[in-house]
Design a protein. Structure first.
Length: 527
């Protein structure tokens, strides 16, 4: 039996989490240690310039809590301003796409509610590694090189090695990030939102044409929210509510529950056609309805009802792809890192932190050691849309942590698959592999995946990972799917990078980490 485990996309982050667990920390402490380390070791995916969401399972109460650590649009930003500046549609990497970074407040608030150790101990592994340096891993080096053109701003040198991205195996240090983390360790979130990082963020964005202000940063707050839950063949599946897209996975699972998947060929065309169609139907709803619930009403209960799933299930045609699916009426008239940590007591944290598109905007504030996200690119500029841009509004959010509990409320597994709109698609494929096919964490993560891209629009294509049988590809084409088969190599990052830690009733932990990244699962050791 192990007394704790961490599964992340970078081995140093897993080791940081496990080190904190060994010091007596719990799953929340280990998760924040991993998040801080990932800012260093995978900066093109995550960091203090982005947002976070988390689900926490408390073993003593058997309750799941949800934290929304996403930020809001600047108070001075509006659709009218974009149009006056000729920025409709808004360019994906413009300074106006920077919403208030919510990660730092999210880390601090998670520890305040659920943690056991002080931030100084939790952040110590990341600070030490940032100062001493670490060897850059293969997938990371590829992403760094591919995102080099995004990097800009007064602090860009902090994320380069001799003016270029580091190569695989080269040692990279980030003393600027170490200073930022030390400030947070001693001063908490105020050190970030009211201190030197805040001043550097406002200055960098102002120089780039942005309007985010010191008041926008100082007034930021995380939100504790009630998690969403549905049952799938007796298993409870948990997600964070909107403005996140976790509800997409739950809608798809509700649709799939009406079909018999057990015993199907998991690599056969019937299975893949069914999963693809369920995801199309779910996205048709959530791409319309998911928005900031404090601004736009989201009909959550109706979207998650089993009756509504039955109505949407009727759209499924077993012989033909339906690529032009419109959102339903549930009521009348109406780049990223994921990781998970489980401690010896059975507490679990499912955690996700993201810049959105690679390095986000690529803007690096002076002396901070991180880039600023471009999450505001998820807003739409149609004033009548629920997800329309508005001042101090949160956008549709792609990042989603997942959790599974048994019917008796005991922990089954924290899980997640990072990667933009791939995330709910990955969640569904992982849950089906676990529940319907009985797979362990590593085999379910190793299995080939599909990714619908883009998720809205009549010409969306289904990308298929290498390893799918040729007969299945032919049969899917015959049913009308527009396919991009045989995706391999670094391009497999399209299918997300997942982690799962299963906890058996006797306390045994089994963990897996995605082969599409540089990560690893680490155990604390015998307990």
């Amino acid at each position: 039996m192990t007394s704790g485990a961490a599964a992340t996309s970078q081995k140093f982050a897993s080791e940081a989490a496990v080190a904190v667990l060994r010091e007596g920390g719990n799953a929340a402490d280990g998760a924040v240690a991993a998040a801080a380390t990932l800012n260093l070791t995978e900066p093109m995916s995550t960091g203090l310039g982005g947002d976070m969401f988390a689900l926490f399972y408390d073993a003593s109460t058997r309750k799941v809590t949800a934290l929304n650590g996403s930020g809001r649009a600047p108070a001075a930003l509006s659709i009218d301003l974009l149009r006056k500046q000729g920025l409709d549609p808004l360019p994906a990497h413009h300074a106006h796409t920077v919403t208030v970074p919510g990660a730092c407040a999210g880390w601090c608030d998670l520890i305040a509610k659920h943690g056991t150790l002080p931030l100084s101990r939790i952040l110590a592994p990341a600070i030490r590694l940032a100062e001493e340096g670490y060897p850059v891993a293969k997938w990371t080096a590829n992403g760094w090189s591919g995102g080099r053109s995004q990097l800009k701003g007064p602090g860009v040198r902090d994320l380069l090695l001799d003016g270029r991205p580091p190569k695989e195996g080269e040692t990279f240090r980030n003393p600027a990030l170490a200073r930022t983390l030390r400030a947070i360790a001693s001063g908490g979130k105020d050190a970030y939102y009211r201190g030197e990082p805040a001043r550097a963020i406002v200055a960098a964005l102002g120089a780039a044409g942005g309007v985010l202000s010191a008041d926008d940063l100082a007034s930021h707050e995380s939100t504790w929210v009630d998690p969403l839950q549905t049952t799938y063949r007796g298993m409870n599946v948990w997600e964070c509510p909107p403005n996140g897209q976790g509800i997409t996975a739950l809608i798809a699972l509700n649709i799939l529950e009406g079909f018999e998947l057990k015993g199907q060929d998991p690599m056969g065309p019937d299975r893949w056609h069914l999963l693809i169609e369920a995801m199309r139907i779910a996205f048709a709803d959530t791409r319309w309805y998911v928005a900031d619930p404090q601004v736009s009403k989201v009909p959550i209960a109706e979207l998650l009802s089993k009756d509504y799933a039955a109505r949407r299930r009727s759209l499924f045609n077993p012989k033909r792809a339906t690529v032009n699916i419109r959102h339903g009426s549930p009521v009348a008239g109406s780049d990223t890192v994921y990781f998970c940590v489980v401690d010896g007591k059975g507490n679990a944290c499912s955690f996700i932190n993201s810049n959105y598109m690679g390095f986000g905007t690529g803007i690096v504030p002076e002396g901070c050691g991180f880039t600023l996200q471009n999450r505001g690119a998820c807003f739409v500029t149609d004033p009548g849309h629920p997800n329309a841009l508005a001042p101090r509004k949160r956008p549709y959010h792609t990042i989603i942590p997942g959790m599974m509990t048994r019917a008796d409320g005991s922990l089954y597994a924290p899980f997640g698959v990072m990667g933009g709109f791939m995330q709910p698609q990955g969640h569904v494929q992982v849950v089906v592999g676990i529940v319907d096919d009985g797979l362990d964490p590593q085999p379910v993560l190793d299995r080939p995946r599909f990714c619908i891209q883009p998720v809205d629009g009549d010409e969306s294509r289904v990308h298929l990972e290498a390893g799918l049988p040729a007969a299945t590809i032919t049969a899917l084409r015959d049913r009308g799917h527009l396919l991009v088969p045989g995706v391999s190599g670094f391009a497999r990052g399209l299918f997300g990078r997942g982690q799962v830690i299963r906890r058996d009733p006797d306390g045994t932990l089994t963990a897996g980490s995605d082969p599409r990244a540089d990560g690893a699962a680490r155990m604390v050791g015998a307990g």
